[in-house]
Write a protein that binds this ligand. Structure first.
Ligand code: FES
Ligand code: FES
Length: 142
């Protein structure tokens, strides 16, 4: 409809003030780095994580992207959702869950929300590879 936003308040909130943006280019202090590109639009995403190695729990998650409003809002909320979760649990967060947290996404924008969680999975797999846990490297089911 003319003059109406297709986005929820929650999405707008996260787009206007995104949480956990990675500052600068240096990712050395992080335990896992994931990059992902979006085939449908060419946008890119980087997600980095810090991990409590004893508990295998994510203690910090930051990101940056050249993606659109939906990608920004989805990844912002995802970066909040994963803190305190185990690697396994975080790996299994689905794009649907993220969209639900945002109060819904327009259908044609789902591929944008996938960008953040693909990059998160890549970061988790990167953590496993770096720590000699190749056997734990997984493919996403989604
Ligand atoms: Fe490219 Fe949304 S259109 S990430
Ligand atoms: Fe630019 Fe999605 S491709 S806004």
């Amino acid at each position: 409809q003319a003059g109406e936003w297709a986005y929820t308040e929650k999405l707008k909130e996260h787009f206007m003030s995104p949480k956990n943006i990675l500052q600068g280019e240096n990712t050395d202090e992080f335990d896992g780095v994931g990059m992902e590109g979006n085939l449908q639009c060419g946008d890119q995403m980087m997600v980095v994580i810090k991990v409590d190695k004893d508990k295998e729990v994510i203690t910090d998650c930051q990101w940056k992207t050249y993606g659109c409003a939906s990608a920004i809002a989805s990844t912002s909320i995802l970066s909040e959702m994963v803190k305190g979760r185990t690697l396994d649990d975080a790996f299994n967060i689905s794009p649907k869950e993220v969209a639900m947290e945002l109060g819904g996404l327009p259908d044609h924008k789902i591929h944008c929300s996938v960008l953040g969680d693909k990059a998160l999975r890549a970061a988790i797999n990167d953590y496993y590879s770096r720590n000699d846990m190749q056997d734990k490297v997984k493919q996403a089911q989604v």
